[in-house]
Design a protein around this ligand. Structure first.
Ligand SMILES: NC(=O)c1ccc[n+]([C@@H]2O[C@H](COP(=O)([O-])OP(=O)(O)OC[C@H]3O[C@@H](n4cnc5c(N)ncnc54)[C@H](OP(=O)(O)O)[C@@H]3O)[C@@H](O)[C@H]2O)c1
Length: 226
């Protein structure tokens, strides 16, 4: 799976690809990837900043072949212990940034009549159960799933495929390692995930083999019992 595809039919735009999973995805196609980060000057919670950045991108490359959105801050605290500022920050990072990114980029892909969109949720978010560890974060990720499902139906007639990857505990230098170590016993596979566990799936989703796959949540979690 990791061999597919060597080259993409257009540019890959990774929003939030400065480190972690997004950086690993961009590194799969170094010559075809554009990465936006907040520290690099594009704050994805700011619609004007996205519009400006996308105008520059489009004048150089036209519409991207693929948009991957990899932003999503995490906070582990109970619902009644979540203060309003944290709630707002989690929704700005996980949901507002998705909404504004889609609005800035996807119309050009629709006009082109082809493309792939990948958003990131979190393992368990599409299951019918409470997520006591981080309820505000999981509520925000549930909103991402709904946005993706709606966009998938809206854009399928225009040649787009929109899917969600729901990672479990993916280890990288900036991941939440204390929380991951505590949860490790609940992973039947017996190990934390690696960014390569995600990039293999991304390679597939951006390949010609995946043109009939849209509106899905693909969980990569080693069987995590959250
Ligand atoms: N790692 C895991 O185990 C795990 C598990 C479940 C779900 N996920 C989800 O998977 C996705 C990727 O996770 P990750 O661990 O790779 O994330 P990460 O290490 O936190 O990296 C996030 C990236 O997004 C950028 N970013 C953050 N806020 C931004 C903003 N407002 N505008 C533009 N860029 C911004 C950061 O750049 P700056 O440093 O410049 O801000 C960074 O490059 C996220 O949606 C996360 O919620 C991850």
């Amino acid at each position: 799976m990791n061999e597919l595809p060597g080259q993409l039919p257009g540019q890959l735009l990774v929003i939030g690809g400065g480190r972690g999973i997004g950086a690993a995805i961009a590194a799969c196609w170094p010559a075809q990837s554009t990465v936006w980060t907040r520290s690099g000057g594009v704050d994805a919670t700011d619609p004007a900043a996205l519009q400006t950045a996308f105008a520059a991108f489009q004048s150089r490359h036209g519409a991207p072949f693929a948009l991957v959105h990899c932003i999503g801050d995490f906070a582990e605290r109970p619902l009644l212990g979540t203060d309003p500022a944290t709630w707002r920050e989690l929704f700005a990072s996980n949901v507002d940034s998705v909404f504004h990114s889609l609005q800035a980029v996807v119309p050009a892909m629709v006009a082109l009549g082809r493309g792939r969109v990948i958003l990131f949720a979190a393992a368990g978010v599409d299951r019918d159960r409470a997520m006591l560890r981080a309820p505000a974060y999981f509520a925000a990720k549930a909103a991402v799933v709904q946005l993706a499902r709606s966009l998938a139906l809206e854009t399928a007639p225009r040649g787009l495929c929109v899917n969600v990857i729901a990672p479990g505990l993916i280890d990288h230098p900036h991941s939440h390692q204390d929380s991951q170590r505590r949860m490790l016993g609940r992973v039947p596979a017996g190990r934390l995930g690696h960014v390569d566990d995600i990039t293999g799936l991304v390679r597939y989703l951006l390949s010609p083999a995946a043109t009939y796959l849209t509106g899905q949540v693909l969980t990569v979690d080693g069987g995590l019992q959250a």
